[in-house]
Design a protein around this ligand. Structure first.
Ligand code: ATP
Ligand code: MG
Length: 552
């Protein structure tokens, strides 16, 4: 499997296997289907699957669908697609909602053993009696109901006799516990809501803290890996496993969340960006979602290598987004064909080239990977170059085209700028150049040297293309809500995160398919947009530019 730097979770697993505490490794990736997966989830996927794989264990994909209000099959389907695309195969595919009956029975067991009670207090009242970090909580007046009364009320909750919020089931643990999570946490609530999987069968739903350990135990999960914010819940997790008399004893292990600079990493915030129109859907290439990264052109290999490099710790500092870009460059370097594309075209007429003539020049598809062979590109009297590769009054050290200067056209000839054609407003609309047939690329010409090499596309055969260039979505490196001025992350959204250019590409590119990736000379790596249609220009998303200051 992928490279993986040493991590403390693996050390725990090795110890458990050596000591005989465990004789197998079973993990699970447990997303809630309330949004699309982001690259933070990829870290959890990577850890769960690669750790189990390393010890010949297995990993389930389990949808933690205990909150019907926010969940949907659209999300279930996208999550399955993303996990597969990342390159992982799950052992079992489960839904927490398939275990509702069993969870109910375990709750009844708690009641019978005097370990759970039905409470009539409202959510606000429960909160106000819960105490604080320094003050103990106070017991609810309903805490000492008899077992029979609790059994009867819980059954009637299930039967739908009560409205939302009228009653809850609470674990009876310790209102004075220094760990607030153990102060009689709510384990069931009433919600008259249709569930994406169980329909209207249930109107009571288990809370995450109660449901999750039971789900893990039912599936025989040995190492239940989760993010650090659940650390304080671990005693409750263990309490549930023990008091519900689960046969299997999963063990919760927490690690630090993955965060990346200049983006947000929570489904709630990503959903807000989508719903409030800051981006064009969950798969907008600016999103840190798996589907967004895929559409931008990132590869599963690059994402996995990146995650492996981030390591595993309890801390969760933000990783520089440039590190992710580094890994996609590395992955595409040998795979992506080279090509030329002009983003902002300026027409050049080569006045001494015969009219009507087209010659086909050989060009390497990938000089770093000669096995990819040769492509042919046309050359004629009319070409496009980049507007930025010409300056009428250049500063010193400008080695590209200016009046009287000579440059090399990549794969073709030297050309010299003879004349600048302008429109009535004085804008440069065309250049007249001459070429020197002696200087043909590959001919071994050594007569003189030029300092600039620019790219170009032959004009009469060129194919229209739209180039989408992306900048970070968020301008703050580590955006946080509620800073001094009460700003939210939305105040840091970059208004210029997308730049669109309309230009031209080589004619041999006319049949590209969505997700085909290329390195455009000097511009970087691009991905053919999967949503391209037959009509209109071919859209390319820039994955990453060529240069970076990032060093591993
Ligand atoms: P979000 O806040 O983005 O909704 P979540 O933790 O609520 O995230 P879940 O669907 O519950 O999302 O997550 C599935 C698994 O992925 C959990 O085990 C969770 O801990 C893990 N996970 C979520 N975000 C990250 C992250 N940024 N880094 C590492 N693991 C993560
Ligand atoms: Mg969640």
């Amino acid at each position: 499997m992928d490279n993986q730097s040493s991590n403390f979770i693996r050390d725990i697993i090795i110890k458990d296997l050596e000591s005989g505490k465990r004789n197998e490794v079973v993990t699970r990736f447990p997303p809630e289907p309330n949004g699309y997966l982001h690259i933070g989830h990829a870290k959890s996927i990577f850890l769960n699957f690669s750790l189990a794989d390393e010890f010949k264990g297995k990993t389930n994909l389990r949808f933690d669908d205990t909150n019907p209000l926010k969940e949907d099959v659209e999300f279930v389907n996208s999550i399955k697609e993303d996990v597969k695309w990342l390159g992982y195969e799950w052992e079992g595919l489960f839904f927490a909602s398939d275990y509702f009956e069993e969870m109910y029975n375990r709750a009844v067991l708690l009641i019978k053993n005097g370990l759970a009670y039905v409470d009539d207090l409202s959510a606000d009242e429960i909160r106000s009696l819960r105490g604080t970090l320094t003050e103990p909580g106070q017991e609810s007046p309903y805490r000492n109901r008899s077992v029979d009364e609790n059994l009867d009320l819980f059954e009637r909750m299930r039967a739908g006799e009560f409205g939302n919020g009228e009653k809850v089931l609470r674990a009876k643990i310790d209102m004075k516990s220094p760990n607030i999570n153990l102060r009689d946490p709510v384990i069931y609530r009433i919600s008259h809501t249709t569930h994406h999987n169980t329909g209207d069968k249930w109107c009571i739903y288990p809370m995450y803290a109660f449901a999750h350990p039971i789900e893990d135990a039912i599936e025989g999960v040995t190492h239940s890996i989760c993010t650090i914010e659940f650390e304080d819940q671990r005693p409750l997790y263990n309490w549930v496993v023990e008091k519900c008399e689960m046969e299997s004893q999963p063990q919760q292990i927490e690690f630090g969340r993955l965060n990346i600079t200049n983006t947000v990493m929570s489904k709630r915030k990503l959903k807000q960006l989508v719903e409030e129109g800051y981006v064009d859907g969950w798969d907008d290439p600016r999103m840190p979602t798996i589907s967004g990264l895929r559409r931008k052109g990132f590869t599963p290999e690059a994402i996995r290598n990146f995650i492996g490099e981030t390591g595993v710790s309890k801390g969760s500092g933000a990783v520089d987004e440039q590190m992710l870009e580094h890994f996609v460059r590395e992955d595409l370097k040998l795979k992506a064909p080279r090509t030329m594309g002009v983003l902002k075209p300026l027409k050049v007429v080569i006045t001494n080239y015969p009219e009507g003539q087209v010659e086909w020049l050989d060009a390497e598809i990938n000089p770093e990977n000669p096995d990819m062979g040769i492509r042919q590109i046309p050359f004629s009297r009319e070409i496009y170059i980049e507007q930025d590769d010409f300056m009428e009054n250049p500063p010193s050290k400008y080695f590209r085209l200016f009046p009287g200067n000579e440059v090399r056209l990549k794969h073709a000839y030297f050309i010299k700028c003879e004349d600048v054609i302008k429109d009535e407003e004085g804008n440069v609309v065309e250049l007249h150049c001459t070429y020197d047939p002696e200087t043909k690329s590959g001919s071994g010409f050594t007569g003189r040297k030029v300092k600039g090499t620019i790219h170009w596309v032959e004009a009469t055969n060129a194919v229209a293309a739209e180039f989408r260039l992306y900048e970070p979505l968020i301008l703050d490196e580590t955006p946080e809500d509620g800073d001094d001025e009460g700003k939210t992350f939305l105040d840091h959204v970059n208004p210029n995160s997308l730049e669109v250019q309309n230009g031209f590409i080589e004619p041999n590119m006319k049949d590209v398919k969505g997700q085909d990736k290329f390195q455009f000379f000097r511009h970087g790596y691009f991905n053919a947009d999967p949503k391209n249609t037959a009509s209109g220009p071919i859209v390319f998303n820039r994955i990453v530019s060529l240069k970076s200051s990032f060093k591993l």
